[in-house]
Design a binder for this molecule. Structure first.
Ligand SMILES: [Zn+2]
Length: 123
């Protein structure tokens, strides 16, 4: 269970919040100039980052305000919480290893991925 620190209310249980997807997806400057493919990519295509990821969250049973969060999608470690409209904080933490390259870094203690195949690859 995550303990999420709402910018308005303080630390609350994860069950009070709703996940809102990827943060910082800019609205197209001229939507009418986009092709159907480009519009579909704006609407539906999101990054699938392994590591630090900027997300939108709604404190649905509290102040009912949206805010952004930097969270590690592997460890669930919450690295930053910041209001909407604020740029993504600079990363004082290691950048996410979101490529298909297998990492054998010292931080990894669980040998869960013996394969070097990218995430989602079929066997
Ligand atoms: Zn709140």
């Amino acid at each position: 269970m995550l303990l999420i620190s709402c910018p308005n209310c303080g630390s609350r249980d994860e069950t009070e919040f709703h996940y809102g997807g990827q943060a910082h997806v800019p609205y197209p400057e001229n939507p009418n100039d986009l092709t159907d493919r480009e519009w579909a990519e704006y609407l539906f295509y999101r990054d699938n980052t392994k590591g630090t990821f900027a997300e939108r969250w709604l404190h649905s049973t509290g102040c009912r305000q949206w805010f952004n969060m930097l969270r590690d999608t592997v460890t669930y470690d919450i690295q930053a919480v910041y209001p909407m409209g604020v740029p993504r904080p600079a990363a004082p933490f290691p950048p996410a290893a979101d490529t298909g390259t297998a990492s054998t870094g010292a931080a990894s203690t669980t040998p869960l991925s013996p394969s070097t195949a990218p995430e989602g690859a079929t066997k």
